[in-house]
Design a binder for this molecule. Structure first.
Ligand SMILES: C[S@@+](CC[C@H](N)C(=O)[O-])C[C@H]1O[C@@H](n2cnc3c(N)ncnc32)[C@H](O)[C@@H]1O
Length: 288
């Protein structure tokens, strides 16, 4: 029997509670990363060189992009893709990043739009918002602002942005429809949305689909390609496209973010999950 996303979320926690759990969890990650600001630049570069690549967040950026990023942004990168490679912001444009985390995509967007453009990051975790401001300072990017807010309801005017990006954050929303409608509202006519997210090609076993750790790991809140299309076309977007950027090894990338209990309960169904998870980029355009 299919378990819809709303049902999965209801089984994990009440909606408002789940939003708080997500904010707390990423707040803790932000606090841990903030401790690194006490280290020297040289030590941070050494840590980047020694960093073990994790399958979801490693290898997303080109060498040219990595060279533009402060080491803290690389160490704190928790994305699943490279939205800017698809969004290609132009000089003078305004970019909004939903769930900006510690700000790698903010810095890259700021470089792309230049001083005449602007970049606005939004994050629900106070510590992550503060960290991305610190990272923007390290990058000397004066055209970055960060708002501490839930990305489902952002205190910004309609038609604010040319581009709305998100990197491994919308799967964490309690209501994806609200976020997609908010992205549509924020975009100018002919504006583009580019979201990198984890998708699964198979329905998840119930124990994983309703596992809180798997939700925080951006797995249990996934949408199928059809659900992405429905959400985006339903909000008014056009030209919806989804490209698979990389297929994940289940044991390397997915199993570690699920609880032991969920994995155990999934039993034999775990075998069916091999090669079923991917990092995808979902793109859409607001009608002109
Ligand atoms: C997996 S991290 C990815 C961060 C960043 N995009 C990156 O590429 O490193 C997800 C981020 O989304 C934020 N987030 C989750 N739910 C959110 C919400 N409802 N509103 C705003 N931000 C949210 C989290 O606090 C976290 O910083």
């Amino acid at each position: 029997m299919t378990i819809g996303r709303d049902e999965r979320i209801a089984a994990i926690a009440a909606e408002t509670r789940l939003r708080d759990i997500v904010a707390d969890r990423f707040g803790e990650a932000g606090s841990t990363l903030a401790e690194l600001t006490a280290l020297s630049d040289r030590r941070l570069h050494e840590m980047v060189s020694a960093q073990e690549t994790d399958e979801i967040s490693g290898d997303n950026y080109t060498d040219q992009q990595l060279a533009m990023l402060p080491p803290l942004a690389i160490l704190g990168s928790l994305g699943s893709g490279n939205p800017l490679q698809h969004a290609m912001p132009r000089t003078g444009e305004t970019v909004v990043d939903l769930g900006c985390g510690c700000g790698a995509d903010l810095v890259l967007a700021a470089q792309a739009v230049g001083p005449s453009g602007s970049v606005l990051g939004i994050d629900v975790a106070v510590e992550m918002s503060n960290l991305s401001r610190t990272v923007a300072g390290f990058a000397r990017a004066k055209n970055i602002r960060v708002l501490h807010s839930d990305f489902s309801h952002v205190d910004l005017p309609d038609c604010f942005a040319d581009v709305v990006i998100s990197n491994n954050a919308i799967n964490l929303a309690v209501n994806v429809g609200d976020v997609v409608r908010e992205a549509f509202r924020l975009l100018k006519p002919d504006g583009r949305a580019v979201f990198c997210e984890i998708i699964a090609g198979i329905e998840l076993p119930k124990s994983i689909a309703t596992d809180q750790l798997a939700f925080i790991g951006s797995i249990a809140g996934d949408l199928s390609p059809l659900e992405w299309q429905q959400a985006l076309y339903g909000a008014g977007f056009r030209d919806v496209d989804l490209v698979v950027d990389k297929i994940y090894d289940f044991h390397e990338a997915i199993a570690p973010v699920c609880s032991m209990e969920a994995m155990h309960k999934a039993g034999k169904k775990r075998k069916e999950l091999e090669e079923q998870f991917a990092g995808a980029t979902i793109m859409a355009r607001k009608p002109a």
